[in-house]
Design a protein around this ligand. Sequence first.
Ligand code: RBF
Length: 163
Amino acid sequence: MKKTNLSDYNPAEVPSGRDYRVGIVVAEWNREITDALAQGAIDTLREHGVEEENIQLVHVPGSFELTTGADLMLSNDEELDAVICIGCVIQGDTRHFDFICEAVSQGVTNVALKHEKPVIFSVLTTNDMQQAQDRAGGKHGNKGVEGAVTALKMIKLKKELES
Ligand code: RBF
């Protein structure tokens, strides 16, 4: 199968984020990667009209803590419309990779359902650093960009269904 740059999207299909408030929680592990993903997400939110003061950025130690971070953000600010979770878990010699990936993916789902808000999974789970670099502004795009686009689309969907 041909590998495409999945960060190529049609900007016309992305809702305006002018009145949206978005949280971003970023893991400090593999920070070279997670900072690039966070920047991609912030730039994309700004390009689609989200005001700078309506973007809240916090850091947590590792990807395992992303769901707690998202939960705390949503509990402390009822006006937040969505949270984007950004991390990078790289396969090592032990089974930690599996436990962390399983906990974060399930945890993101649980936090979203608990708060009834979109919580976006922008966590790279790769075999090595090269695969992570390829997806953090490299040849396969930037998954932070995709996370921001997903957040905007999901916020719009929630608002449409509620109106
Ligand atoms: N956190 C990450 O975000 N990415 C990793 O690749 C990663 N690898 C880890 C490997 C080991 C052996 C351990 C103990 C932790 C790792 N963590 C990683 C940190 C993890 O997400 C969490 O911060 C700690 O386990 C503390 O709860």
